[in-house]
Design a protein around this ligand. Structure first.
Ligand code: HEC
Length: 111
């Protein structure tokens, strides 16, 4: 009887520990939620979270030099396409940078 209780407590503690570990892993190691990654992957198949992090850096540095950082997270895909088309030349992103910025942004756009 005692043994069952002790084992039960150990199992509960392990369960809590694993649960906590899981949730910190999801946000700390990548910085992106699985929903954001999935959303980015629909337009950029195979893109990984390291690339999204690169894209985020580029977006934040290159799209805030002339004005405040735009709120891409409040834009739809078509709105973003429209704004980006006008700004692409101004930001002078090369082919690889263009892909990274768009991969990152596609993950944060309004679904
Ligand atoms: C070289 C300067 C420069 C850079 C770099 C730049 N922009 Fe702009 N942006 C402007 C100017 C000037 C305007 C306002 C006039 C216009 O629309 O052309 C503007 C306007 C905007 C607007 C419209 C704001 C509104 O009130 O409607 C958005 C959105 C935007 N930029 C997004 C971006 C994004 C995304 C990037 C990075 C890819 C970027 N910009 C990089 C100069 C820049």
């Amino acid at each position: 009887m005692k043994r069952t209780i002790v084992l039960g407590i150990i199992a509960a503690i392990l369960g809590i520990a694993c649960g906590v570990k899981k949730s910190t892993n999801a946000s700390v190691s990548t910085g992106f939620t699985s929903e954001q990654l999935k959303q980015a992957e629909t337009r950029f198949p195979g893109v990984n979270s390291a690339e999204l992090a690169e894209g985020k850096k580029l977006y934040e540095s290159r799209c805030s030099s002339c004005h405040e950082l735009p709120h891409a997270e409040r834009m739809s895909q078509s709105r973003w396409n429209h704004e980006y088309a006008a700004m692409k030349g101004k930001a002078q992103l090369n082919f690889a940078e263009d892909r990274l910025v768009n991969a990152y942004v596609s993950g944060i756009l309004v679904p």
